[in-house]
Design a protein around this ligand. Structure first.
Ligand SMILES: Nc1nc2c(ncn2[C@@H]2O[C@H](COP(=O)(O)OP(=O)(O)OP(=O)(O)O)[C@@H](O)[C@H]2O)c(=O)[nH]1
Ligand SMILES: [Mg+2]
Length: 640
């Protein structure tokens, strides 16, 4: 398998090992009180996240630049034949997602083009399996696979008006009939080693087709981990190539953007020396870089077709000339390597946060046992008066602690009230209300400014809600910081500072969605001549995206609340039980029910048990930490 495939496979293996290590951790941590249920829930969330982790690559370009052929060369050369159809003229008629969903049989699912009349977004349509046509692809059956792929080429011919109703204008306005794609979207599920590791490929049709499908412009392309923009050496950078670049790629993907200059085999002129050919390729690379405004090192000259042929025929020399490997190596290290590092850092940070809550409570318990032992040892050989004095001191501590607790309850009530208000602003009901108002406004707008205004109002409200929630988070954070400080000063409960939270990321995401949306709105208005159903479908996709941001912000807020309120509570409970234990000990010594030495021995036992538990906790976490630290960048680990 090629470098890229190997890299993706090793990333998949690593993720699987990590999930297995986390699962073992969860199983064994069940016996490790206190706080074991919170730890299990937290680690459970991490496992779920890792299991659904995918790396996606979208190929975007004008038609016939060789996107499909590049997919064949990069990923499917093991099959020893051309799997994704690639031919002169327009081939890929509808966006095609290629991946493997475990637990689902091999198949191609096709969404008929007529569904464009419906107002639901593509993502919502995924929830209606009955409107997709599904064809099975038995494992390892390359013939059926190819036949399945051939379906993405299908077209149908419609009368001009019927075609226009689906968003297609004919090239020639005088034509009575228009040829349109038969399908709107294709999802191919097949068991291929690289896809099984969580790689998703998105093959797209050329410019005309991209524009009409909001899901593609608003979500599939911007949200993929890498976008490969393909140009061809024989056509150079045409006006429509630039249009694709400018509209769909340049605004996203600062990182993870790869420009491929395909078909360099066209420059392999037998009458020129290899040096001359290389110089010509270098010159074209420079020209492409200048036209797109990027560094020449970001342009990868290749011959997809020769790369595929070389791989199928095992021709090493041809493979080297195709220069496919340099592109592959860049995708492997920049895309997969970066993705893996990001995931490793994130999971490591969250794992430590989850684990440390439990650890600090255990550490506090250990410290308590040490202090209590010292306290009792100090009573050796003292008279009963001294013991009684100690007893009254602990009672005093306890009543002080109880008054702190009352204050904490007061502060918590205030925090809960604020939090409820913030969660309401981030809630589904409020969003639905705003969305409905915007829908009504969109339906009533006959002009572009009306449409713009409707979405801008909606986005402004959402942004306000996020800012309000941020404000509440700051307020709660400040209140809790005071509480942390007081409990540390008055009762020796050391918690550091509460974790802060900001929904900045979500606001940025909203800004991005709005920006892309407004940008496409104008263009779409022009091509669709204000056709209502197209505009509405477009708007539904935007609403769905905004809704996702809102939901994720709500979830983040809630999980932050738990992390900011949870630890103090756990420590307070721990402190309470320590006070109770200390008082019990001293009471028994006063009553002379137990000898002092017996109590001391008991506390030493308690401390040893806690120490064992701490050690056990570290042992449990060690395999997980090892897997994560291997890959997390050292700089970030140091600050975590
Ligand atoms: N000479 C040469 N031809 C290529 C190369 N890659 C692709 N082609 C040819 O270019 C044509 C278009 O290739 P496709 O892979 O279908 O291009 P595409 O970008 O997927 O096109 P659409 O699916 O129509 O949008 C086909 O005839 C390919 O054989 C290459 O590296 N060299
Ligand atoms: Mg194609």
């Amino acid at each position: 398998m090629a470098v890229l495939g190997e890299r993706i496979a090793s990333y998949g293996d690593w993720r699987r090992d990590l999930v297995a290590a986390l699962r073992r951790y969860v199983e064994r941590v069940a016996d490790l009180e206190p706080g074991e249920s919170a730890v299990r829930a937290g680690v459970g969330e991490l496992i779920e996240r890792l299991a659904t982790e995918r790396v996606s690559i979208a190929l975007v370009a004008e038609f016939s630049r060789g996107k499909s052929e590049l997919l064949n060369a990069l990923f499917f050369s093991d099959s020893k034949e051309r799997i994704v159809p690639s031919s002169a003229g327009r081939t890929t008629m509808c966006p095609t997602e290629i991946g493997f969903e475990p637990g689902r049989a091999g198949s191609i699912r096709l969404l008929p083009i007529e569904t464009r009349r419906r107002s639901e977004s593509l993502r919502e349509l995924r929830d209606f399996p009955e409107i997709w046509e599904e064809f099975a692809i038995p494992d390892g059956d390359a013939e059926t696979l190819r036949a399945a792929f051939a379906m993405v080429q299908q077209t149908r011919v419609l009368g001009r008006q019927a075609a226009a109703a689906l968003g297609f204008g004919g090239d020639d306005e005088d034509d009575d009939f228009v040829e349109i794609p038969r399908w709107r979207h294709a999802v191919v599920n097949f068991h291929h080693p690289v896809l099984a590791q969580g790689l998703v490929l998105i093959d797209t049709p050329g410019l005309n087709a991209i524009g009409a499908e909001p899901e593609l412009t608003l979500r599939l392309i911007p949200e993929s981990d890498a976008v490969v923009f393909v140009l061809a050496a024989d056509t150079g950078v045409t006006a429509s190539d630039l249009e694709v670049w400018r509209r769909y790629i340049s605004i996203h993907h600062g990182l993870g953007r790869f420009v491929v200059l395909n078909k360099i085999d066209g420059l392999w002129d037998e009458l020129r020396t290899p040096g001359e050919i290389d110089a010509e390729i270098a010159r074209q690379v420079e020209a492409v870089a200048a036209a797109l405004g990027i560094e020449p090192t970001r342009v990868f000259p290749v011959s997809a077709q020769k790369g595929l042929v070389a791989r199928i025929q095992g021709d090493a020399q041809l493979l080297a000339r195709s220069r496919i490997k340099r592109l592959e190596a860049a995708l492997a290290s920049e895309l997969v390597g970066r993705q893996q590092e990001i995931i490793a850092n994130k999971i490591l940070r969250e794992f430590e946060a989850v684990v440390s809550a439990q650890r600090t409570v255990l550490a506090a318990r250990r410290r308590g046992a040490l202090e209590q032992a010292a306290e009792l040892e100090g009573l050796r050989g003292r008279n009963i008066g001294r013991v009684q004095y100690m007893q009254s001191r602990i009672q005093g501590e306890r009543s002080e602690f109880e008054s702190s607790l009352r204050r904490l309850h007061g502060v918590r009530a205030v925090c809960s009230k604020h939090a409820r208000a913030a969660l309401e602003r981030l809630g589904g009901r409020r969003f639905e209300g705003a969305a409905d108002a915007a829908r009504t406004q969109v339906a009533a707008s006959h002009f572009l400014p009306g449409l713009r205004a409707a979405s801008m109002t909606l986005f402004a409200q959402l942004r306000d809600d996020l800012s309000a929630a941020d404000g509440v988070a700051t307020e709660i954070g400040t209140l809790m910081a005071t509480m942390y400080r007081d409990f540390s000063r008055d009762h020796g409960i050391a918690l550091g500072l509460p974790v802060l939270m900001s929904l900045r990321r979500h606001r940025d995401e909203l800004d991005r969605i709005e920006k892309v949306h407004l940008r496409h709105l104008g263009a779409l208005w022009l091509v669709s001549f204000g056709r209502r159903e197209l505009m509405q479908r477009f708007f539904e996709t935007v609403l769905k995206q905004a809704e996702d941001v809102r939901r994720s912000a709500g979830r983040e807020f809630q999980s932050w609340l738990r992390t900011v309120l949870g630890p103090l509570e756990a420590h307070v409970r721990e402190h309470q039980s320590q006070l109770r234990r200390r008082l019990e000990s001293i009471d028994r010594v006063v009553e002379a029910a137990d000898s002092l030495e017996e109590r001391i021995a008991e506390i030493v036992q308690l401390r040893l048990a806690v120490e064992q538990r701490l050690e056990f906790a570290d042992q449990l976490a060690a395999p997980v930490r090892r897997l994560l630290r291997e890959l997390a960048s050292t700089a970030e680990v140091a600050t975590a």
